[in-house]
Design a binder for this molecule. Structure first.
Ligand code: THU
Length: 138
């Protein structure tokens, strides 16, 4: 569990990443920030494409940046959307969180308070690694 000061710091990082969103098609800017067990923070924003399906969400950008930098232990991810209502991550991002950050706290920035969930709460009865010894199908 992140302390409230760390939650605020991660939310601030997500909000700052949001300012770098590239969202010319939806005009819906999103920022995300992950914190790793070693304290490193990686930020992401949504990046849209004229071929809409190639758009990537802020959460996955932040998670992929962390993994690409060698982080294999992610403690939390904060997400910041427009307005004060907490932004709930899409299904694709939940599936990626399950794989890359299964134990992470998911902090949805909000005013006056963030909503905080576990990945398991957001994606119950998930499909996991089906390989022998994996976490998925029997
Ligand atoms: N988006 C995110 O970046 N994260 C979410 O959790 C929901 C949606 C982006 C994708 C797209 O660029 C825009 O928001 C509208 O769906």
């Amino acid at each position: 569990m992140l302390q409230s000061e760390a939650v605020e710091r991660l939310v601030a990082a997500a909000r700052s990443a949001r300012e770098r969103a590239r969202a010319p098609y939806s005009n819906f800017s999103v920022g995300a920030a992950v914190i790793c067990a070693d304290g490193r923070i990686f930020e992401g924003c949504n990046i849209e494409n004229a071929s809409y399906g190639l758009t990537i969400c802020a959460e996955r950008v932040a998670l992929f940046c962390a993994v690409a930098a060698g982080c294999r232990d992610i403690d939390a991810i904060a997400i910041a959307g427009p307005g004060g209502e907490p932004l709930s991550p899409c299904g694709a991002c939940r599936q990626v969180m399950l794989e890359l950050a299964p134990g992470a706290q998911v902090i949805m920035a909000g005013d006056p308070a963030p909503r905080i969930r576990t990945v398991e709460q957001l994606l119950p009865e998930a499909f996991g690694n089906p390989a022998p010894g994996g976490t998925g199908a029997a």
